[in-house]
Design a protein around this ligand. Structure first.
Ligand SMILES: CC(C)(COP(=O)(O)OP(=O)(O)OC[C@H]1O[C@@H](n2cnc3c(N)ncnc32)[C@H](O)[C@@H]1OP(=O)(O)O)[C@@H](O)C(=O)NCCC(=O)NCCS
Length: 183
């Protein structure tokens, strides 16, 4: 397998009411609102403070990274409304890392678990991934529950694993091999 993937057409992936699709300019305000939420700041690497230019850069960067075969990123929609984002980041030699975040109003009803399953299934089938890593700040139980429900094995707690805005944080790490995805 090459060092990046050969980017296929950006797919629309759906399971019931959850749709994964390309981000559009219409999502920008909702992206800004989500990035300012306290848990998004605590548990992800979003810039702080976060403004419209950051959202524009995020959307443009994801599109360019798709074309380079480095990141497969989608907007997550539920009820016809933008609710968050999920992505698979290429990590060489057939593996990727999963990343995700959801607006507070959409949390707690299985939306991200459904979105992550869609992204992973596509990554294993269409990109031919051999495995996927998941990482989160220690204590991010909601993120772990999503990963666990998809079949990830949590393998460790690593001191200083993650860098968030210049600060090293302890992290959980887990993995999922092709064939282990729980639907
Ligand atoms: C992590 C996140 C995407 C989960 O999205 P979601 O759609 O709410 O996830 P789901 O509803 O599929 O599953 C969440 C699970 O975590 C549980 N949960 C939620 N908050 C929790 C908390 N504070 N403590 C313990 N469990 C929690 C829910 O009960 C649910 O588990 P269950 O299915 O056993 O009931 C969302 O909480 C989020 O965007 N958080 C901020 C950003 C973030 O942390 N991103 C991940 C970085 S690694």
């Amino acid at each position: 397998m090459a060092d990046t993937w050969n980017p296929p057409e950006h797919p629309r992936l759906r399971d019931g009411d959850v749709l994964l699709r390309r981000h559009t300019a219409a999502d920008l305000d909702a992206i800004v609102e989500q990035a300012r939420d306290a848990d998004s700041v605590r548990f992800t690497t979003v810039p702080t403070p976060y403004g419209r230019a950051d959202a524009e850069g995020f959307v443009a960067g994801l599109g360019a990274a798709w074309e380079r075969g480095e990141v497969a990123g989608w907007a997550v929609e539920t009820g016809g409304r933008f609710a968050g984002s999920v992505d698979l980041r290429w990590r060489e030699a057939g593996w990727a890392e999963i990343g995700f975040g959801l607006a507070p109003w959409a949390r707690g009803r299985g939306v991200m678990t459904c979105a992550v399953r869609l992204a992973l299934a596509w990554g294993f089938s269409d990109l031919g991934l051999a495995g996927v890593h998941w990482q989160a700040v220690v204590g991010n139980t909601a993120s772990w529950r999503v990963a666990e429900k998809c079949g990830f094995r949590r393998e460790g707690e690593v001191r200083g694993l993650l860098v968030h805005r210049g600060e090293r944080l302890d992290g959980w790490i887990g993995s999922l091999l092709a064939g282990e995805l729980v639907r």
